[in-house]
Design a protein around this ligand. Structure first.
Ligand code: CDT
Length: 311
């Protein structure tokens, strides 16, 4: 665990953020067991006086898109949540409210009308949902590809998010969410940057090995930080990136969960591949010098020259 603290004058807006990395979740680990792990991370974060705890993408289950399921297979439906909170996850919301800590949680969402999304929610210190984001950049493939050592079937199991890139004013600042592969796309950060975002929460599950491009594997940790640090700096915002890490059902996933400042530098980082917390104070007013000078978006952007971006 690493910790950074800065001065805490009343004039400066400060949110203490815990990047709550998780180690692997086994395929047969129950929701109840996972929620107990999440509650443990929540309590440890509260002991560190965190205001906001950020959990990974699809934090309630193993990363199930690595397996093929035929349409309509009830085993696929079992990975999805039909209510949030639901009967099992309610305990997490209750504990957060009792501790007075907010959190961001990723999960697979099955809506009443059959919509399937890779979703994250932001929950306030009273256990109330403040905002919801549904992943827009879905990686991988839609058909079974047996040549792969493991599947990445997000394009099959999820629809593209239909909520845009929302921001929500909470924790004394302007918050946004992205999910995993979104973090590799500058447009995703910029959509939030254009709305004045000051802190972006990002959960991820990233295999070390990318079967279609194995030559990228050795750069996985570098690429992870490269894109998040650039996204932070180029939009004058804090970024909190949180992994589900370690060897999950035979697939190694990267760690490197961290809190990044608007300078683009890493303020705190997990060191291992298991359940671990990295905490940092995010002084949100530190965003201002970036947002009002080199990345004054209203002053310096040249959108009429960017038309190809929306073709
Ligand atoms: N979960 C997720 O989005 N993972 C992707 C893996 C890319 S390789 C198909 C990522 O961008 O980390």
């Amino acid at each position: 665990m690493t910790a950074t603290t800065g001065d805490n004058t009343a004039a400066r807006r400060r949110v203490r953020v815990a990047a709550a990395q998780m180690g692997p979740i086994a395929k047969d680990e129950s929701r109840g067991e996972v929620v107990e792990r999440l509650i443990g991370l929540l309590r440890r974060s509260a002991e560190l006086a965190a205001d906001l705890v950020v959990f990974p993408e699809l934090a309630l289950t193993t990363f199930f898109p690595r397996w093929w399921y035929a349409d309509g297979d009830p085993a696929l439906d079992a990975w999805f949540e039909t209510a949030m909170p639901g009967p099992v996850t309610q305990a997490l919301f209750d504990e957060a409210a009792a501790l007075g800590v907010g959190f961001q949680l990723g999960f697979a969402e099955l809506t009443p009308d059959g919509g399937r999304f890779n979703t994250a929610i932001l929950v306030g210190t009273e256990g109330q949902e403040l905002g919801r984001y549904r992943k827009i950049h879905l990686p991988g493939h839609a058909e079974h590809e047996p040549w792969r050592p493991f599947q990445h079937l997000e394009k099959r199991y999820f629809q593209r998010g239909d909520l845009g890139f929302p921001v929500v004013d909470a924790f004394g600042g302007r918050m946004g969410m992205l999910i995993c592969n979104d973090r590799r796309w500058p447009e995703a950060y910029r959509m939030l940057g254009l709305q004045g975002v000051e802190l972006i929460c990002i959960g991820y599950n990233t295999p070390v090995h990318n079967p279609p491009a194995p030559d990228h594997d050795e750069h996985g940790d570098f690429h992870n930080h490269l894109v998040m640090q650039a996204g932070a700096y180029q939009n004058g915002t804090f970024v909190v990136g949180v992994a589900k890490a370690g060897c999950e059902e035979g697939v190694d996933q990267i760690g490197g969960s961290c809190v990044i400042g608007p300078s683009g530098t890493i303020l705190a980082q997990c060191s291992g591949l298991g359940d671990e917390i990295a905490v940092a104070d995010c002084h949100l007013d530190d965003c201002t010098s970036y947002k009002t000078t080199v990345f004054d978006l209203a002053l310096h952007r040249q959108p009429d020259q960017y038309k190809a971006l929306t073709l």
